[in-house]
Design a protein around this ligand. Sequence first.
Ligand code: CP3
Length: 360
Amino acid sequence: MAHPPLKNNNLIRALLCQPVDRTPIWLMRQAGRYLPEYRALRERVGSFVTLMKTPDYATEVTLQPLQRFDLDAAIVFFDILTIPDAMGLGLYFVEGEGPKFMHPVRDEKSIDRLSLPPQESLSYVYDTVTQCRHELGGKVPLIGFSGSPWTLACYMVEGEGSRDFHIVKKMLYKNPEILQRLLKLNSQAVVQHLNQQIEAGAQAVMIFDTWGGMLNHSAYREFSLQHITYVIENLKRQHDGQQIPSIVFTKGGGQWLQDMAKCGANALGLDWMTDLGSARQIVGDQVALQGNLDPAVLLASNSQIKDEADRIMTSFGKTADGSGYVFNLGHGISKDTEVEAVEALVEAVHQFRFPTGSSI
Ligand code: CP3
């Protein structure tokens, strides 16, 4: 079935460094617990896993933030940990403790036993993508995503989130070739997963490398960036006659932008520890940039939110209202954020204009 053309194409255009008519904005984790309607549905359904595995619910959650705010993109609702779950690791959530796996993979034998997820094990994601795309009706583009091979491996080996990730880091130093086997498998799974999302209707894709920044520079290149580069090289760059731009976000990757800009992605996501203006100087016109408001700013007053948003866009430079820039947070939105704060932010970003006569 043919999809209607996009009414608001600013996200795709900005990612491809083409002119836009306003700075596009979307927010990492824009569908989630800060929204009362999310909390209500989540309570009714009972569990996060059921919510994301049921396309009707996941579609409803994906569209919730679009009904409230004038955002320039939707991001499909599921979780990065669906891939390891589909490999048989058994994802579950303990209230207040975050995600966990029933069967972490901590030795050579369990890593060698793993294989690519069977297609049908992730069909709920692709069904949700198609349903979201259909229900969006061309209002804004739909973003698909995956965790990076390294970030997935962190959870697969540790079995849960961690303060220092010592189990996976020990493997990295003591048994690098075993970890590399896992990363290669993850890379293939990520390629398959993102390409399936593209075929199902995703119009841009993002790779979340949440834990890349805890590596040293050479380990980052070898254990994270190398595999991200493989993934990008193997992505479908076009679908249905449209280009599918890609975004890579390594939290804590601000020191490695030069390397990251060469991974083949169209855009890099930045956390708030990185100065946007300096980042732009470093990457030049090789890639677009996305970011990077500290999510904690959304806990402050509306005027402080506007000041910070203006400061960020000014630091990007004149083309913030032209091209190559997507406004976002530097990490996921906090569950303590008030809905009014998001309204204030979206308005501030869309109203921002450079003072006339300025020549940044
Ligand atoms: O951005 C979106 O709105 C799309 C949905 C999305 C979720 N998780 C839903 C979710 C996306 C893109 C993610 C990515 C994700 N998940 C990452 C990478 C980005 C990041 O934030 O670093 C990571 C590391 C995960 C793993 C994960 N899933 C964690 C650590 C948690 C617990 C988070 C917490 O704040 O407690 C989850 C659960 C999760 N994924 C929730 C949501 C809305 C909260 C679930 C709930 O309790 O209802």
